[in-house]
Design a protein around this ligand. Structure first.
Ligand code: MLT
Length: 259
């Protein structure tokens, strides 16, 4: 599947995979903040943004295969730095497990390796039904908004919240449902973490309620040499909510990879 994507900047390639139910514009602060030094490639994953939203349920592995197709289309056969936030992290872990030779470093942001609990699967299916019944992403926008942002962002920074609500609203019901079912059926990747051999940064917003810091710590502990960075004044969208701190952390990590 041909994904829509942003491709900005010179230098070593950094691929960034967005969370649910967003799109590539959630990386605007990273395109601004690191795109003058690194080549930032940010696709819309299938079912999101300007990429196709085929009928039917998706899998995280299919979403990952789309990313490989994009890298191939861009003739990027050398391994890249791969970053993923939340659902994008699930896709990144699928890529790491199945295409390790395409990845030279990993950034796991506000994400986890475990599969959904049965309760989480049930909640996703309820949300999928509500979105299907509505015929638009409204129910997902309302369900996700309070979970994505830190309390302070929600209450005092409407200029940060509004553009992402708009981004969510632009998605289709079909794409949202496909992605919800992809997340609900994703495998538990915790057993794969010990096999990760590339430099890894784990980053989480201090007030992330979806994938809280305690889970990020478990993720970092399970990957050899991984470091955890907790970003203050941020919830589940740490690189978007607090870009000055998050970009500093990301740039230090990227610079440490240079020969
Ligand atoms: C995301 O931000 O991608 C989602 O919140 C992830 C999830 O629901 O598991």
């Amino acid at each position: 599947m041909r994904l829509a994507y942003t491709d900005e900047g010179p230098g070593p390639v950094v691929v960034l995979l967005h969370g649910f139910p967003l799109g590539r514009e959630m990386w605007c602060e990273q395109v601004d903040g690191i795109g003058s030094i690194y080549r930032v490639i940010a696709p819309d994953l299938r079912g999101h943004g300007d990429s196709p939203a085929p009928e039917g349920d998706y899998t995280i592995d299919e979403m990952a295969d789309d990313v490989i197709e994009l890298l191939d289309a861009l003739h990027l056969s050398e391994p890249v730095v791969l970053g993923g936030l939340s659902m994008g992290g699930y896709v990144a872990l699928s890529l790491m497990a199945r295409y390790a030779d395409r990845i030279r470093a990993l950034m796991l942001m506000d994400t986890r390796a475990a599969a959904d609990t049965p309760e989480a699967v049930e909640k996703r299916e309820e949300l999928a039904r509500a979105v299907l019944a509505a015929g638009h992403p409204g129910p997902a926008v309302e369900a996700m908004t309070p979970r994505l942002f830190a309390k302070l962002t929600l209450e005092q920074r409407p200029e940060k919240v509004a553009p992402l609500r708009e981004l969510m609203r632009r998605n289709t019901a079909r794409g949202i449902v496909g992605a919800l079912r992809a997340m609900a059926t994703r495998p538990d990747r915790r057993a794969d973490l010990a096999a990760i051999r590339v430099p890894t940064l784990v980053l989480v917003g201090e007030e992330d309620v979806v994938t809280p810091p305690v889970e990020a710590q478990e993720l970092a502990d399970a990957i050899a040499g991984a470091r955890l960075e907790v970003i203050p004044d941020a919830g589940h969208l740490a690189p978007y909510e607090n870009p000055s701190v998050a970009n500093g952390v990301i740039l230090r990590f990227l610079d440490s990879l240079r020969p």
